[in-house]
Design a binder for this molecule. Structure first.
Ligand code: COA
Length: 148
């Protein structure tokens, strides 16, 4: 079943909640400070997937990396997963930046995320050994080439 969400830009008062969501979703979560830095950077943007009741179900952090868009962070709260929310967040970014390529790194053990990215046209272009800590593991580098 898909969950209806509204994709909206984050506001300064969302940073604390984003760090709480990251804490639930990641072994090495972004802090409130890191979210705030991304929010304040002219090269980054944070978009939210909000339910009709206004709850933040998920978020996406994008940044500019040369001519490409980098997916720096994406997460959906466990109770909202497998309802198409991460897909909606990414498809909306692909639509906003049609014509640009997207790049990202993902933990090699993160099968759900790798499946998500592959379903949206990302392909593995590299691998970095022992890239992540807590736990130590490699990063799969993926790219979605620009669609013209
Ligand atoms: N197992 C297998 N495939 C999965 C999957 C899982 N657990 N979760 C997502 N997918 C794939 C499927 O192809 C799915 O399509 P389908 O449901 O029609 O089969 C597609 O991705 C879209 O899934 P969606 O419902 O949009 O994903 P989501 O909203 O549940 O969010 C994550 C996916 C990865 C963002 C979410 O699991 C999460 O927040 N994980 C923790 C944080 C994280 O690992 N972020 C990525 C860091 S690189």
């Amino acid at each position: 079943m898909t969950q209806r969400v509204n994709i909206v830009p984050a506001a300064p008062e969302d940073m604390k909640r984003l760090s709480e969501i990251a804490e639930i979703c990641f072994p090495d979560p972004w802090s409130e400070k890191l979210f705030t830095e991304a929010y304040n950077s002219p090269y980054s943007e944070i978009v939210l997937a909000k339910t009709d009741s206004g709850e933040i179900a998920g978020y996406l952090v994008l940044s500019d990396s040369g001519d490409e868009k980098s997916v720096d962070d994406i997460a959906v709260l466990p109770e909202y997963r497998r309802a198409g929310i991460a897909r909606t967040l990414l498809e909306s970014a692909h639509g906003r930046y049609a014509g640009q390529s997207f790049i990202l790194e993902v933990r090699e053990s993160n099968a759900p995320a790798i499946a998500l990215y592959m379903s949206l046209g990302y392909e593995q272009v590299g691998f970095r050994k022992r890239y992540y800590r807590n736990p130590d593991e490699g990063a799969v580098l993926m790219t979605r080439t620009a669609r013209t």
